[in-house]
Design a protein around this ligand. Structure first.
Ligand code: NDP
Ligand code: 2IT
Length: 450
């Protein structure tokens, strides 16, 4: 009898905590998955014996490197860069790059772990990875950002490749940064290949990729609502963040006849009781990607809106879409949303709700779509960008839009397959964890002990 047969969830988590001291985000992400997987594995001794979950929670490798660059005042600056290659059982490592001062090894390990399950859920052949640096792009000139990206890629390029590891954007990494990194990769290798996704349309980027995460999170919400005989139309929504995911989520909610009341950034949130229309969303996109300003400036432009410090979860609404960062919605805020009658929560961000917050949603039987399912539209269209690059063709936005809607419906279906509870309630966390786990686990089983 294998030793692992006797390991219960508590012992397993104690081991994870011991092996990853101080890595709170990583431990939290593993815990959230492990609680469902232990239940699922109860009668599946082969997974236990093969130590499958233990192996998934140990990244294939963590690459850490120094990134030196010169700022505009000729100061030499030193940052730390990472690429966490978590698991490539079902395809090349795939996942974004984050530039933010809060980036640590723990944050990137949690993101790479989550990404493994998310990518599996899409049904496309992509493993899980994540990278980034503790670099703060805020207030930096384009030239500084370019020099940083070039220096970052000068090390990263040797660890990635179209069949090895394909990074993309995440917080602080958008079209500008992907362009600089792709340019440097091409210069270093003398190869034009689909090594990054989220590229510009002129050089191999896919239509619909910029919109995919935010739109996908709303499609997931739409699927959850439809499952209970409801729709987005006529409902109000609170959204956090004002970056790529938040603005596109706001756009799709508005297109579907919903009314978005809030957007935020790390300085606070704006509340616009008149609703954030398409024209206002376009203004925010310009503010954030061209002017690189703060969301507080919104209230100077649009009368009737107010700016508040903190997070938007106290504003009453039917729907909530956290689209900024991890652990941005805690137990008290979840209670506040529930108290105000929220019906559905769809996570555009990765792990934005704390474990205690998730429990509040579950206890209240709120439709709750976790990030690994709800925001998978972004990486799914990244997968389609890889396919287009391999085939050296480009599909139009109509075709890609249809594919995205189908992919999100498919992910919703997989979640209900494993998450449907008695009485009609769907535990989407359980559904996503089990469906995501099973494909990767079975692939790993096929490879033997590696
Ligand atoms: P952006 O950089 O475009 O936007 C990030 C937004 O979140 C900004 O408004 C930013 O405010 C805010 N934010 C970031 N960190 C914090 C913080 N610590 N506290 C408060 N606000 C914060 O990133 P994305 O929109 O791409 O990413 C948002 C979330 O979505 C992340 O969790 C990311 O992992 C996830 N995601 C992204 C995907 C993509 O395709 N881009 C795919 C799937 C998930 P400020 O300007 O003040 O920093
Ligand atoms: O968290 C995510 O899924 C992303 N940042 C997108 C990853 C990707 O490879 O498109």
């Amino acid at each position: 009898m294998a030793v692992s047969d006797h390991v219960d969830l508590e012992t397993f988590m104690a081991g994870v905590a011991k092996r990853n001291p101080g890595q709170t985000e990583f431990i939290q992400a593993v815990h959230e998955v492990a609680q469902d997987i232990f239940e699922f594995m109860e009668d599946k001794v082969h997974y236990h014996e093969a130590q499958i979950l233990r192996r998934m929670a140990e990244p294939d490798r963590v690459i850490s490197f120094r990134v030196c660059w010169e700022d505009d005042n000729h100061n030499i600056r030193v940052q730390r860069g990472w690429r966490v290659q978590n698991n490539n059982a079902i395809g090349p490592y795939k996942g974004g790059i984050r530039f933010h001062p809060s980036v640590t090894e723990s944050v990137l390990k949690f993101l790479a772990f989550e990404q493994t399950f998310k990518n599996s859920l899409t049904g496309l052949p992509m493993g899980g990875g994540k990278g980034g640096a503790n670099f703060n792009p805020k207030g930096k000139s384009d030239a500084e950002v370019m020099r940083f990206c070039q220096s970052f890629m000068s090390e990263l390029y040797r660890h990635i490749g179209p069949n090895t590891d394909v990074p993309a954007g995440d917080i602080g990494v958008g079209g500008r940064e992907i362009g600089y990194m792709f340019g440097q990769y091409k210069r270093l290798t003398n190869r034009w290949e689909g090594v990054l996704t989220g590229k510009g349309q002129e050089y191999g980027g896919s239509e619909m990729r910029p919109e995919a995460t935010g739109y996908g999170a709303v499609y997931f919400l739409q699927n959850m609502l439809k499952h209970q005989g409801m729709d987005v139309e006529g409902h109000t929504a609170v959204i956090s963040g004002s970056g790529n995911v938040a603005t596109h989520a706001a756009e799709k909610i508005t297109q579907l006849g919903g009314k978005v009341l809030t957007l935020s950034d790390s300085g606070g949130f704006i509340h616009d009781p008149d609703g954030i229309s398409q024209e206002k969303i376009d203004w925010v996109k310009h503010l954030k990607t061209v002017k690189r300003g703060r969301i507080s400036e919104y209230v100077d432009e649009f009368s009737g809106a107010t700016f508040h410090e903190g997070r938007p979860w106290g504003v009453a609404a039917d729907l909530a879409l956290p689209c900024a960062t991890q652990n941005e919605l805690n137990e008290g805020e979840a209670k506040s949303l529930v108290g105000n009658g929220v019906k559905g929560v769809s996570e555009g961000a990765n792990m934005p709700t704390t474990l205690e917050g998730v429990k509040v949603f579950h206890d209240a039987k709120i439709m709750y779509g976790p990030g690994k399912a709800a925001n998978a539209g972004g990486v799914a269209v990244s997968g389609l960008e890889m396919s287009q690059n391999s085939e050296r063709i480009s599909w139009n936005s109509e075709r890609l839009g249809d594919m995205l809607t189908d992919l999100m419906e498919g992910i919703h279906g997989k979640c209900t397959e494993y998450g449907q509870q008695e009485g009609g309630y769907v535990d989407y966390v359980k559904g996503a964890n089990i469906a995501g786990f099973k494909k990767v686990a079975d692939a790993m089983m096929a490879f033997g002990v590696v």
